[in-house]
Design a protein. Structure first.
Length: 137
């Protein structure tokens, strides 16, 4: 079993835990559980921004019953591994709000939650978006 965490890792362990972020993560989780937290009409609020990202073509989009806004997108050039992961994060960053989490859920599928929590933005009620990006060739 490989112990390395990346290609040149010689330490095999980190410097601590990430518990300092847990209050923010739990707060986001609490907001995400709120009925009606996911905003409506992502095609009006998110799609125009995603369409303007250089190097990406939107091939299709749809709002799913579970609240995910699913976007099929093709990068201008073929990407793999960490290069694809970082490109997808840059792609999604155009819709990022104060809370922003992206996770690769398998192969070429990435899921994102982004939102505004109470106190993040004066004048705006807490809300968020769920976005699933499917990278295609």
């Amino acid at each position: 079993m490989e112990q390395r965490r990346w290609d040149i890792d010689e330490r095999f362990t980190g410097v601590g835990d990430a518990a300092a972020m847990l209050p923010a993560v739990h707060r986001l989780e609490e907001m995400m559980r709120g009925d009606g937290w996911v905003a409506e009409e992502p095609e009006a609020h998110l799609l125009p921004h995603l369409r303007r990202v250089p190097g990406w073509e939107i091939l299709g989009e749809r709002l799913l019953d579970d609240g995910f806004y699913e976007v099929r997108a093709r990068p201008e050039k073929r990407l793999e591994g960490i290069h694809e992961q970082r490109a997808v994060i840059r792609f999604l960053s155009v819709i990022a709000e104060p809370a922003f989490l992206v996770r690769q859920t398998g192969g070429n599928v990435y899921e994102c939650v982004t939102g505004v929590m109470p106190g993040d933005s004066p004048g705006y009620k807490s809300h968020g978006h769920l976005v699933r990006v499917i990278v295609t060739d």
